[in-house]
Design a binder for this molecule. Structure first.
Ligand SMILES: [Zn+2]
Length: 109
């Protein structure tokens, strides 16, 4: 089980989500739902501080796009030999494209 570090939750209102309610609630800090574009993942922010992945939109019931977190770690390890991106030394060699949604868009995932 990997430890999730959400260091860069962003509220990017240019991203198209499944429905208007999802877009609206992602921008509302009172609603504990987040989109992490680096992983293309939707998460519920629980009161214990943990993030729970969600697979369907709670508002319109659409199936959400595949979460790419596992792929992210796999590609970093395979292509860049980075097996622990949260390690301080390895963190410094993570290519820039892996700090946003650029890596998966470039690979058409
Ligand atoms: Zn929706």
């Amino acid at each position: 089980m990997r430890v999730l570090i959400f260091d860069e939750i962003e509220y990017d209102n240019k991203i198209k989500h499944c429905c208007e309610l999802m877009s609206q609630f992602l921008l509302d800090p009172r609603i504990r739902i987040n989109y992490f574009k680096k992983f293309r993942g939707y998460y519920l922010d629980t009161t214990s501080g943990a993030y729970q992945t969600i697979f369907h939109c709670p508002f319109c019931c659409s199936k959400l796009p595949q979460n790419l977190m596992e792929e992210y770690y796999k590609i970093l390890e395979k292509e860049y030999n980075i097996d622990d991106p949260h390690d301080e030394e390895q963190e410094n060699i993570i290519p820039e494209e892996f700090k946003s949604d650029e890596w998966w868009k470039k690979r058409n995932l």
